[in-house]
Design a protein around this ligand. Structure first.
Ligand SMILES: *Cc1c(COP(=O)(O)O)cnc(C)c1O
Length: 498
């Protein structure tokens, strides 16, 4: 199977190249030339398998230039060896009321990005060998919080890789900063940038494009690579857990083999929900995909009206990983729904860059509305939802998951759709302990983040996850702060480190 660009069908590369390059030279994103489809008997054979074997089966449909042994090695490297707590990396938990949650946060950083970022380094190192580049990958990341830590943890001590994460100096939460600054590993570096997330991201884009810098790191045996959510190697691992969740529901007797389910996904960059769309396209019985947003509801408007308009106020919310106005992966959906019309996709993306806005036509909108529903909720409603689920069901969820739960309930009461629905749970409640604590016990005044986590644990009788409890006493390893202009020096130091 080969991969093409969303902006130009002439570009055609292997999966190894798509993963190693991350983004196409024309600015487009890599997508499979055609999608594999599976039958109900294929699904029936998937059902009795464990998560790792299910992952191998799904991945092998896409990574046709990898041998089965290589795929097995990558999957084992990601999901075996105690990196995920519990018996399976992505358990489905069904509450008394019949609502199910797909918990994707049992990995080392307690957010769903681990599902992909534990696997990507293994895919990438194999991909680099296959394209015979002979260099180590120097991964640059600009993060607004969760991605940076998950990428550091995924790439730590992976041979032939080095990773450098930049974050905005005052733009991440205390917990997130602590997670990054205490990161272990010989090949990792972290630097704060004086500025906001946009400055940081723009700075990293400039580094990638700096030809002189590329030459210099080449002398240290390195080439740049990216762990961004637009890399195909990050999207592919996410398709797996939709298959796995459906299989688990069949195994548990909650749905019949072949029966459809809905997924409701808390959405930011449109990566997670796009993976669900691809699973549906492949033949997984999915009826509707419900896209849940916070006050930054640019996607709600788009999926309901066909108008994408980023010219709006930006809100900082208690579900910060969804505080996004430009959802990069939406480009892949547009490409698919236009049957691969790279010209039209390029025109929309150009309009988005120039005016901040574009509109798709009525045909496209109809197709979108046939599959997607959308909704959003405020911070107040999110907290209410966390409190309600705790009181009524004794289930503790994080703010992102609560947004999805709220939007899902509204969808069901508005439409009367009674299809079994899975809410995708993207972070441990302990990662956002102060907000979760105040949602279930408004009278509690919180000290710091660790005190809030302890109170939450006492009040709910649930344990603080080890990766979070362990942070408090871990030594801080990094203290570099640089201006936008001095990011180059940090890159050269990281390249030298190998
Ligand atoms: C990144 C993230 C999201 C958004 O996922 P996308 O793939 O960007 O739509 C939602 N919840 C949490 C906790 C996240 O870290």
């Amino acid at each position: 199977m080969n991969y093409q660009s969303t902006r130009n069908r002439q570009i055609c590369v292997s999966s190894s190249q798509a993963i190693a390059e991350g983004i196409c030279s024309d600015g487009g994103l890599f997508v499979p030339e055609s999608f594999p489809t599976v039958s109900l008997s294929w699904l029936a054979a998937l059902e009795p398998l464990d998560y790792r074997s299910r992952a191998e089966k799904v991945l092998s449909l896409y990574l046709t230039d990898f041998t089965p042994e290589e795929i097995r090695e990558c999957v084992a490297g990601a999901y075996a060896g105690g990196k995920f707590s519990g018996s399976t990396p992505a358990p489905v938990v069904t509450l008394q009321s019949g609502v199910s949650f797909l918990e994707l946060w049992h990995g080392p950083t307690c957010a769903f990005k681990d599902m992909a970022l534990q696997l990507l380094p293994h895919l990438l190192t194999h991909a680099l060998q296959k394209i015979h580049c002979g260099k180590d990958a120097l991964i640059l990341v600009a993060t607004s919080g969760d991605t940076g830590k998950a990428a550091l943890e995924g790439f730590r001590d992976v041979p032939h890789t080095r990773i450098l994460v930049f974050y905005p100096q005052n733009g991440v939460s205390t917990m997130q900063e602590r997670q990054m600054l205490t990161q272990e590993g010989k090949n990792v570096s972290v630097a704060a940038v004086q500025g906001n997330f946009d400055d940081t991201q723009t700075g990293v884009k400039k580094l990638f494009a700096d030809a002189e810098l590329c030459r210099k790191i080449g002398e240290f045996g390195c080439m740049f690579s990216s762990a961004n959510s637009i890399n195909w190697g990050r999207l592919l691992p996410q398709i797996v857990y939709y298959f796995s969740a459906w299989c688990d529901l069949v195994s548990a007797g909650r749905i019949k083999p072949g029966e459809c389910v809905n997924f409701c996904v808390p959405t930011g960059n449109f990566g997670n929900i796009l993976a669900a769309y691809y699973a549906k396209k492949m033949g997984l019985p999915i009826k509707r995909l419900i896209c849940a947003s916070n006050a930054n509801n640019v996607l709600t408007q788009f999926l309901e009206t066909g108008v994408y308009d980023r010219n709006r106020r930006f809100f900082k919310t208690i579900s910060p990983s969804m505080d996004i106005l430009v959802s990069s992966n939406l480009e892949r959906l547009l490409f698919d729904l236009t049957y691969g019309d790279g010209g039209r996709v390029s025109a929309w993306m150009k309009q988005l860059t120039e005016t901040g806005c574009y509109q798709v036509d009525g045909d496209m909108l109809e197709k979108i509305r046939h599959i997607f529903s959308a909704g959003f909720c405020s911070d107040g409603e999110t907290k209410e939802e966390i409190g309600r689920i705790w009181r009524e069901e004794h289930y503790l969820c994080d703010p992102h998951t609560a947004v999805a739960s709220r939007v899902c309930r509204e969808y069901r009461s508005k439409t009367g759709d009674r299809t079994p629905t899975v809410i995708v749970s993207t972070a441990s409640p302990y990662k956002f302990a102060p907000d979760v604590l105040s949602a279930i016990a408004p009278e509690e005044s919180t000290g710091g983040v660790f005190e809030a986590a302890r109170r939450l644990s006492v009040l709910t009788g649930t344990p603080v996850p080890k990766p979070i409890a362990g942070l408090e006493n871990k030594p801080v390893r990094f203290s570099r702060v640089c201006t936008k202009e001095k990011m180059t020096a940090a890159v050269l130091d990281a390249a030298r480190k190998g």
